[in-house]
Design a protein around this ligand. Structure first.
Ligand SMILES: Nc1ncnc2c1ncn2[C@@H]1O[C@H](COP(=O)(O)OP(=O)(O)OP(=O)(O)O)[C@@H](O)[C@H]1O
Ligand SMILES: [Mg+2]
Length: 236
């Protein structure tokens, strides 16, 4: 897997969301993207998955510029997106939601469904339950599970910890690590929870209104004075 974003510009009408962004993810890496509200994090994930079209720039996945391809084509190439706010289909069951995730494959591969159920046993227990009745943490697991169903090489996660308790967040992050290590899936993780995200990832980027202001190894960013003051809180 090779992934690189070059000089990306995204606007909504007159509002500039990304203003010359460069970043990359190496094969097998977990890379995190942190930054305050409105910095452009979700816009980057939406541009990668084809939901918004960049005005300028390139998004290179496995040697091909995907920046003008439609979303279903991008999914079928191996990029999958678990969006901000989960977006499960509330009136479908858990299993129906998961099966929707493999719509681009010619047939559902039971090994993938088995993997999702092994990773998130609660989803197997709740397979016939309507997704709208799941707890927040369970819905987040379903959203991630559904994005695994298309067999991605690159998984885009937008704020998986949003609204979850610290304990559930910890469990979820351990599962994200497991998905990365056991399946070799590369992960781009957007998080407000900067400290937890930096602990999970190998590298990180800090975004400020549309471009990268800091980047580096996560361990170095965790120790950065500037980041401590702005994002990580005072105590370690
Ligand atoms: N559909 C839209 N129409 C107009 N402006 C938008 C749209 N989506 C996003 N924006 C604007 O683009 C900028 C970046 O938004 P984006 O959602 O990418 O930020 P973010 O970093 O994900 O923020 P948050 O942490 O709050 O999720 C913001 O100023 C936002 O108001
Ligand atoms: Mg966002």
């Amino acid at each position: 897997m090779e992934f690189e974003v070059k000089n990306l510009h995204v606007s909504y009408g007159g509002i500039v969301a990304l203003d010359g962004l460069y970043m990359n993810v190496s094969d097998g890496e977990i890379v995190c993207l942190i930054g305050s509200n409105g910095a452009g994090k979700s816009s980057l994930l939406r541009a990668i998955s084809g939901l918004v079209k960049p005005a300028i720039g390139q998004i290179i996945f496995n040697g091909q510029d995907i920046s003008n391809l439609p979303p279903h084509k991008i999914v079928s190439m191996g990029v999958s997106h678990s969006p901000e706010g989960r977006r499960v289909f509330a009136s479908l069951t858990v299993e129906e939601n998961l099966l929707m995730g493999s719509y681009i494959l010619s047939h559902v591969e039971n090994t993938i469904l088995d993997f999702v159920y092994t990773t998130f046993p609660v989803l197997k227990e709740r397979a016939k339950q309507f997704a709208g009745t799941l707890s927040g943490g369970e819905q987040q697991m379903l959203s991630i599970g559904r994005s695994l169903m298309s067999k991605p090489e690159l998984l885009l996660l937008d704020e998986p910890s949003l609204g979850l308790s610290p304990l559930i967040t910890k469990e979820l992050f351990a599962l994200i690590k497991l998905i990365n290590e056991s399946q070799g899936i590369s992960i781009l993780l957007v998080e407000q929870n900067a400290k937890a995200a930096l602990k999970l990832s190998s590298r990180g980027y800090v975004l400020d209104v549309g471009y990268v202001t800091m980047e580096g190894k996560s361990a170095d960013l965790l120790n950065s004075q500037q980041l401590k003051e702005s994002y990580l809180g005072k105590e370690k």
